[in-house]
Structures are given as structure tokens and as C-alpha cells.
Design a protein around this ligand. Structure first.
Ligand code: 1GP
Length: 249
């Protein structure tokens, strides 16, 4: 069933060419900094705040950050869990993800089974997502025991995405990994876009307008940016990225 957040994202996509999601790792920024950051990025046009990441495991801290952010923004807060510990109350939705190319079944279906009752209990809208780790050497790759899809094998990513679609998943997240040296290639995004009909999220290592534009030009619906801001990247530059990806419609 399509819920409120998914409908909101779709309506945003009718107005904008592509959306910007900002990732906040509750273990990197404290509550005050996270809250200010969320407000700032909402002002410059971000469509959602993701909270989580593969190394964020302190549920109490995450829960406080989510609650704190929520008071000051209108855009949805979407949990981005790396494990069952990434499920906390007060967010609007959750990327209910299967790390389809993990070598460990825990990350494909078991964590999901363990987490599902809490997702229901907390009233989080599950966004059914195929989470595909591209390349290797990142935290998402290591923690998730992923057999990373090689950057230069777009057809493999497309095959997984089509399988995800056949399994009823409406979101695909092509993940190069937080702070990745290389981002997912536009070629891979293009190949996946030709095959997959749903909402296509791309993240990992995006930090400039050129890269962002090329990924959106190739068919990404939303780009996730985290490390750029964690490392002190300017809001002015983020705004340039936001404007560039949102505009051309
Ligand atoms: C990581 O895709 C997200 O899970 C964002 O990546 O931190 O490199 O922006 P960055």
C-alpha cells in the first residue's frame, strides 16, 4: 500500500526533475547540530531527511535525534537502517530494505523479519527498497557482507533491480557507500533506469554539481548526500547541487 510519504515523494517528483535527500548520521552530529542542519537543508530544497547509516547503532541517541529534528521541519524523516537497531519511533517512514547482494541472509530477510513488528508498532511507513551495494571497501559493503556489484557491470545492477521490481519493491537504492571514492556511474544509473520502473535512489560519494547532474541526467529520481556536509561542505554549494538537480523540468 502506498502511504503518505511515498505519495509526497511522487508529488515532489512531478514538480522537480529529481530530489535531494540529506543523510544525517546520529552518531556523527549531535542533536543540536542535526536539528539545525535539517532546518537549513529544508530551506534550500531538500525533500527528505534520512537518519541512519550502517555504523549508526545507538538507538537511544538516534531516537533523540529523530524526535528533535521532527519538531522543526515539515519534510519527512525517513529512517535508513543498517540493522534492527535503526528502527526507532517518531520518524515518518523507513527505507524497509533488503540488501539483495549480501552474502549473509541476515541482511536479505532476517533483520527485516526481526524489525517488522517494531516498524508496525511505531507506525512507520515502510518504503519497500532493494538496497544494492556497488563496489567494495566501504562500511556498507563490509558491515552488510555485500558482494559488491562492480562499478563497470551495470547490467548486473539492472538485473537485481528488475528482480526487485518483480518482487514488488518500489524503490531501488544504488549505494556506492558513505564517503565512497567513486560514485555510482551514470552508465549504471542509465542501464537500471531502462529496466526499473520505480523510484531510483543513488548515493555515495556525491559532492559536486557535475556528478549530481550527470546522475540525474541518467535517470536518478533522488540523490543522497551525507559525507559532504559532515566534512564541512558549504550549504551554498549544496544549494547549487539542489537547484541543478531539481530544475531541469
Ligand atoms: C551513504 O549514500 C549515502 O549511505 C550517502 O553517501 O555519505 O558519501 O554522501 P555520502
Amino acid at each position: 500500500m502506498v502511504g503518505k510519504v511515498e505519495s509526497f515523494l511522487k508529488s515532489e517528483l512531478e514538480k522537480k526533475n529529481a530530489l535531494l535527500f540529506v543523510l544525517i548520521d546520529s552518531e556523527v552530529s549531535n542533536l543540536e547540530a542535526s536539528s539545525k542542519l535539517a532546518q537549513d537543508v529544508e530551506k534550500i530544497g531538500a525533500s527528505a531527511i534520512l537518519v541512519g547509516g550502517s555504523s549508526a547503532t545507538d538507538q537511544i541517541e538516534m531516537s533523540q535525534v529523530v524526535k528533535g529534528i521532527k519538531q522543526n521541519i515539515q519534510i519527512p524523516i525517513i529512517l535508513f537502517p543498517g540493522n534492527v537497531t535503526g528502527v526507532v519511533p517518531d520518524a515518518d517512514a523507513i527505507l524497509f530494505s533488503s540488501l539483495m547482494n549480501s552474502e549473509n541472509p541476515y541482511f536479505i530477510t532476517q533483520a527485516q523479519a526481526l524489525a517488522a513488528p517494531s516498524v508496525a508498532k511505531f507506525g512507520l511507513e515502510p518504503l519497500p527498497t532493494a538496497y544494492l551495494v556497488i563496489g567494495d571497501g566501504t562500511s556498507a559493503w563490509f558491515v552488510g557482507s555485500a558482494r559488491g556489484i562492480p562499478f563497470e557491470k551495470p547490467k548486473i545492477a539492472a538485473a537485481y533491480s528488475l528482480a526487485a521490481q518483480f518482487l514488488g519493491m518500489r524503490f531501488v537504492y544504488l549505494e556506492a557507500g558513505s564517503g565512497a571514492k567513486s560514485n555510482v556511474t551514470p552508465e549504471m544509473v542509465k542501464t537500471v533506469r531502462h529496466t526499473f520502473n520505480g523510484f531510483l535512489i543513488v548515493g555515495g560519494g556525491i559532492k559536486d554539481v557535475e556528478t549530481a547532474e550527470s546522475l540525474v541526467g541518467a535517470g536518478a529520481d533522488a540523490l543522497v548526500i551525507g559525507t559532504f556536509l559532515e566534512k564541512g561542505g558549504s550549504l551554498t554549494k549544496l544549494e547549487e547541487i539542489a537547484k541543478a538537480i531539481q530544475s531541469s523540468k
